[in-house]
Design a protein around this ligand. Structure first.
Ligand SMILES: [Zn+2]
Ligand SMILES: [Zn+2]
Length: 180
């Protein structure tokens, strides 16, 4: 593009257009969010199940479906900020354990079982705590599928500090999910 042409188009107009559409999108999110609050749940964008959000069940911050465990890319920087304009479905691709720092012997402490979600729109990967009513069988099947993930995805997760649960950790995870 020549400089003259760029001047004619007017960069400010382009910025204005994007600002506008971002604002519109924001408004739609806010409306949806309000509806979710009122309805006490949300409809899964992947399997269409209505997922109740219930304070008593400790799932007030649930961000994934309690059937298929898919999530939606709604948060941008921090969990619950609802700032993302991506809005694509996030597939549960693996299981990891939350890093809880080091114990007094300098060994790494591993905490709660977490789901690894990968956005089907923008490829972003995030981890989310498993909720009490997530079906254990589905979690185990996600673990099984994660064992055959393409190596480049495994490498990338590792680079981001997400260590997928390995086969030798499987009994420990099953014990946590099903109890002894
Ligand atoms: Zn679902
Ligand atoms: Zn995304």
């Amino acid at each position: 593009m020549s400089e003259k042409f760029a001047d004619e188009v007017g960069e400010d107009d382009t910025v204005g257009f994007w600002k506008q559409s971002r604002k519109d999108k924001r408004r739609i999110f806010d409306m949806k969010r309000q509806k979710e609050k009122l309805g006490g749940g949300f409809k899964c964008s992947h399997c269409a199940t209505f997922v109740p959000i219930n304070q008593e069940m400790g799932t007030a911050h649930r961000n994934h479906c309690n059937q298929c465990l898919w999530s939606k890319h709604v948060d941008e920087k921090t969990s619950g900020d609802r700032q993302s304009i991506c809005q694509a479905g996030m597939e549960p691709i693996g299981i990891t354990l939350k890093h809880e720092g080091l114990d007094k012997y300098g060994h790494e402490k591993l905490g709660d079982v977490m789901l690894v979600h990968r956005c089907t729109g923008c490829d972003k990967c995030v981890i989310n705590r498993v909720a009490a009513d997530d079906p254990s069988d589905t979690i185990v099947s996600i673990f099984d599928k994660s064992q055959v993930l393409p190596q480049d995805i495994k490498d990338r997760l590792q680079k981001e500090g997400i260590d997928l649960i390995t086969t030798d950790q499987r009994p420990m995870v099953q014990e946590r999910l099903y109890g002894k």
